[in-house]
Structures are given as C-alpha cells and as structure tokens.
Design a protein around this ligand. Structure first.
Ligand SMILES: [Mg+2]
Length: 190
C-alpha cells in the first residue's frame, strides 16, 4: 500500500483531461474535427496527428496560458480520490512541467474543491526537473503519464506509477494503473 504522504501527481493527462481539451480546441477553433484520443500515440503530437505544427503550437500555448474558452475537465475519478486524500489530512502534492503554477493551481482548487493552501503545486518548467523537486519533498511514488519522464524519475530514485494512456503504450518495467479506481485501491486509508 502507498502512504498518501509519500505520493504526488503529475497534472496534465493524470488529473486534468488536457488531451480532450486539446482535441476540443483543435476541432472548434481550428476545424480539425473527428480526431480521437486513441490517435495520440506519442507525446510528440505533430508526429501522430494530422494537424499543422503551427496549430499544435498555438493550442499548446493556449493550454499553458489557460486562455482557452472550452473547459478543462478533470480525468474521471480524480476528484473523488484526491478529495478523499485531502479528507485524510494529507497535503496534496502536484509537480508539473508547466512553466507557471498560478492558473493551474486555481483550476486544481476549484476542480477538487480543496482550498489552495492545502495544495502544494510545483511548476518546474521542464520534465527533467521533476526528480529533484520530488526528492526534496520526500516523495517516493509519482503518478505520471509521460513514459520518458517515468524512466528519468526511476533513474533518480523515484518510484513512477504510469497512468496508462494511448501515448505511453510501450514496454516498461513500472507499476501501471488504467484509471483512478485502480490507484485508489493502492492508497493506504482510502
Ligand atoms: Mg502529464
């Protein structure tokens, strides 16, 4: 069982359903309709989707700025588990490669219905910087959807838990969960 005090989370693709929002913006704002998440077979979106790279960049920029009109929704089951953890008295810790923490922290607070002072949100600006932040906070287990980041974390002594998504379907040695229900079953006290 996982000690909730030693567990932290990536945000995009794990707590926030960012890829659905990406496709929603691509469809409604740029006219790229009919693309499904299953087609996103790599984190390099330009490599797997028939969307012009300038549009991909424009959408990613909107996602980072959080200037989009369409809603960013939580991944199914995330709110229940995270608010349950908050109810155990655990501080909820998130480490994102986003460059800025302000807007995404507000989003988390509203989505999970937990005050911002109960959230520890670290925006590292790079995937490679996550390991050091996690180590400094005493985190052992980290839920992540980018497989390359999982390998990097493991090399630095963090135990990655891979959230299975269409863009990380490659062989790996890590614990894998398919949804938040499966994660919940591993957390002590929930
Ligand atoms: Mg992610």
């Amino acid at each position: 069982m996982i000690d909730p005090a030693r567990l932290a989370f990536d945000i995009d693709g794990v707590v926030a359903d960012t890829m659905t929002l990406f496709l929603d913006i691509a469809d409604k704002k740029y006219g790229y309709g009919g693309i499904t998440q299953d087609q996103i077979t790599s984190y390099m979106i330009e490599d797997c989707l028939p969307i012009e790279s300038s549009v991909v960049l424009a959408i990613i920029n909107e996602l980072l700025e959080m200037s989009h009109e369409q809603p960013l929704n939580p991944v199914d089951g995330a709110v229940e588990v995270l608010s349950g953890m908050a109810g155990l008295g655990a501080k909820l810790t998130f480490v994102t490669a986003r460059p800025r923490r302000r807007a995404i922290t507000q989003w988390l607070s509203q989505a999970i219905q937990v005050p911002e002072d109960k959230l520890a949100v670290h925006a590292t600006g790079s995937f490679e910087a996550k390991a050091q932040v996690l180590t400094e906070m005493g985190v052992i287990h980290f839920v992540e959807d980018r497989l390359e980041t999982c390998f990097h974390l493991a090399e630095h002594g963090i135990d990655p838990i891979l959230f299975a998504r269409p863009w990380n379907r490659k062989p790996h040695p890590f614990i894998e969960i398919n949804n938040w229900e499966e994660l919940k079953a591993c957390i002590a006290g929930l």
